[in-house]
Design a protein around this ligand. Structure first.
Ligand code: MN
Length: 283
């Protein structure tokens, strides 16, 4: 199943070339009062909602893909977790450009660990990436993004994929400079997810997905997730040694080599096999 959020927080079921408005399925979510649970309620209840979504889709209106503005497929993630330098060729690329990483450790992910991006940085491709520091280099990073579906703590890699709800396309936008990653990658609009999520049962094996990113039609990044240094199950094992993952938490799994600068006016096109294509403009 392919699901999106669009326009004024509508819920969409993505079919071949249409988006079916299944927003009324949200009415079946359990009601909560303040303080709300620190997790995404839609993702937490996704398994139970699937049948409702299919039911309401039978009599729902639909939109053309080109006629909607996509929001992130997760509305309220509790955490945006990200893996630095998780492809070997990208590690070599980063270590060969020390001038871009003054003061920042560029080491193996096993030593550096994971970092967090502020949830306030999250947008969907219906919005634009807004450059905050045009005097510095701002880079694109295409990444397979994993949406956690169940509360996960001290999970072993062999069981980890049972905790995944869905996959989507992620852009971990970055301004270069001396500050911590968690600051430089948390600028408003610097975390892009979309255009929709593909549920784990439909997506299948996360260790064999092609990633391609171009800017203004020029190929920049091309890789396959089989080349991840730490694969998706082991990333979940790594993270849950430290903290609990909740439904709706999102994992940016790392970017391959080929990262490069973007400036105002650029058009980024990011494709991941078995998901689709994310188009977004930079301003
Ligand atoms: Mn990244």
């Amino acid at each position: 199943m392919r699901l999106c959020c669009f326009n004024e927080a509508r819920l969409g079921l993505v079919t071949d070339d249409k988006i079916v408005d299944v927003t009324s399925a949200i009415d079946f979510l359990p009601q909560h009062h303040y303080p709300f649970p620190n997790q995404d309620l839609f993702i937490a209840n996704l398994d139970a909602l699937k049948a409702k979504i299919e039911l309401v889709a039978q009599k729902a209106r639909s939109f053309n893909l080109d006629d909607v503005a996509f929001l992130p497929p997760v509305a309220n993630p509790g955490k945006l977790i990200a893996a630095p330098v998780n492809y070997k060729k990208h590690l070599e690329e980063a270590q060969n450009q020390p001038e871009l990483h003054r003061g920042n450790k560029i080491e193996e992910i096993q030593r550096v660990g994971l970092f967090l991006k502020a949830t306030s940085s999250l947008i969907g491709p219906g919005a634009r990436v807004k450059i905050r520091f045009p005097d510095r280099r701002n880079d694109h990073e295409i990444e397979l993004a994993v949406i956690i579906g169940k509360t996960a703590n001290n999970v072993k890699a062999k069981d980890a994929l049972k905790y995944v709800a869905a996959y989507t396309i992620g852009l971990d936008m970055t301004v270069r400079g001396p500050e911590e990653r968690s600051l430089r990658k948390s600028i408003d609009t610097y975390s892009v997810l979309g255009p929709w999520m593909v549920t784990a049962d439909e997506f299948g094996d996360p260790s064999d997905a092609d990633l391609i990113l171009s800017v203004n039609g020029n190929l920049r990044q091309r890789a396959n997730t089989r080349d991840l240094v730490i694969d998706v199950p082991h990333l979940i094992e790594f993270a849950t040694k430290f903290y609990t993952l909740y439904p709706g938490d999102v994992f940016f799994t790392g970017t391959p080599n080929g990262v490069g600068p973007v400036v105002k006016g650029d058009k980024i096109v990011a494709t991941i096999s078995r998901i689709g294509t994310l188009n977004i403009e930079v301003e």
